[in-house]
Ligand binder design. Sequence first.
Ligand SMILES: Nc1ncnc2c1ncn2[C@@H]1O[C@H](COP(=O)(O)OP(=O)(O)OP(=O)(O)O)[C@@H](O)[C@H]1O
Length: 609
Amino acid sequence: MAAGSAIQIPSRLPLLLTHEGVLLPGSTMRTSVDSPRNMQLVRSRLLKGTSLRSTIIGVIPNTSDPTSDCDDLPSLHRIGTAALAVQVVGSNWPKPHYTLLVTGLCRFQILQLLKEKPYPVAEVEQLDRLEQFTNQHKSEEELGELSEQFYKYAVQILDAVRLEERFKMTIPLLVRQIEGLKLLQKTRKPKQDDDKRVVAIRPSRRISHIPSTTEDEEEEEDHDDVVMLEKKIRTSSMSEQALKVCLKEIKRLKKMPQSMPEYALTRNYLELMVELPWNKSTKDRLEIRAARILLDNDHYAMEKLKKRVLEYLAVRQLKNNLKGPILCFVGPPGVGKTSVGRSIAKTLGREFHRIALGGVCDQSDIRGHRRTYVGSMPGRIINGLKTVGVNNPVFLLDEVDKLGKSLQGDPAAALLEVLDPEQNHSFTDHYLNVAFDLSQVLFIATANTTATIPPALLDRMEIIQVPGYTQEEKIEIAHRHLIPKQLEQHGLTPQQIQIPQVTTLDIITRYTREAGVRSLDRKLGAICRAVAVKVAEGQHKETKPDRAEVGEEDCKEHVTEDTKTESISDTADLALPPEMPILIDFHALKDILGPPMYEMEVTSSFVSA
Ligand SMILES: Nc1ncnc2c1ncn2[C@@H]1O[C@H](COP(=O)(O)OP(=O)(O)OP(=O)(O)O)[C@@H](O)[C@H]1O
């Protein structure tokens, strides 16, 4: 198959021995040159100084050349490719080597090896017709080039000198290659889809041939959720303005890919809008006589406050939609301001929600953040409405005197709108961005002092002073409310503990000094705890009478064991040990609460006076 009038390659060619990759005529290959023989060939035949000489070399595939010079030349593959070096790049890292870019010209076969050192040179016979260096043989050679990665096949293609033979060899390879490419295309498809998802999720998923059931199911679920959400929006009783906004948002949500952060934001917003009690309210059960009884039962004394609350409720009963003043209970800590608020809600049969305003210094705490903010939330008013689930709860704005002010705005100013009956029917939280009617909400505020309440806010409220209690009132409160409550909390009964009024007076005068009763309540709690221990120990002694003489230490050691073995009937029989009820006298008081805290002070002031 020697070429006739076509271009002839030299009959003697220096040989480059490659061990990876096969250079086929018409293709280009980058090969690393690092064995001494190949290095020598590059230096003396291809390089002239630092520039490249255009020399044709013979590239012999499938030959692992030994790294040492002295070693014999390995056996060479019979057929090689005459090639033109296009580029040589030298490097010293990690060891001296060249990277050679060669273009295959035509096949040749070795006739005779002329020399082995310093690099092999052979007498060759050209096997392919070489007309031009470029596209002439491209169509044939492309076949081989395509399957170049199949190394062993590439060598066979190189060996197939006859065109017919070459086709026979290449076509099955090509078919395999096409199948492989098809498969590759299929597996890559979901990735492309992922990119497309940003624009439209559903259509692209349907086209995809890759079965991804779980993802599809998830999407279907989400789709169902959105449909459900839309249904809820349409059936909810929200205002016309809110409905309009929600429908617009749901339309946006449907088009939005779930991966977008805004998707979750919009969804949260819509869910809140659906959850809000736009039209849901509890029915007021207002009966002034019952209200009076309930207030009297819950709180002792506070006559002025109770009277005003009853007046307020009575007017409400007569005139339903009262745009009345906001009541603000002002008094020292622990005088029952919060608990009266709770009682009012109970009296009216309304939900109760306490909003602690102490330390709030950000306007958005009341009005919410705009939805463009990262981590935006509705304000405390809207949140409270969501929590109670009705639009007519009793909101107790606790500690209005402790509202702060900061760079983030003045929360007191935001409260003005909330508390103004003329304005609050269209209160607009920044997060909702639509008006919500607060006119049905009953606001009650509490404060320790009016001095720090902003005048504009003070102006909107009716101040009811709740003074501190007298000693007698405190004793009554303790015996009517606090002691029964503490006994219940500690699992005690009046048969187990007795606190005489003189002891209560001792606690009030010698252990507490306050206008309210919170400290008194705490001391009573401490007494109940101590008595609970005694009662528990007494029960234990009664269960095991033979151990009565045993030292206290020994008793403690057996507590767990005994508790395990005790039957319920045993404990029931022995619920009242003989020394019950435990009487709390001054000695017991000293034992439990320690020495009196204020006695010495009183005495010394008395003496000095
Ligand atoms: N007149 C009263 N009758 C019955 N219990 C009372 C009375 N006054 C206060 N209490 C009780 O005292 C405790 C403290 O009351 P509460 O928390 O309502 O005080 P407060 O005035 O709101 O205090 P603060 O200003 O610190 O919030 C509650 O358990 C409450 O039941």
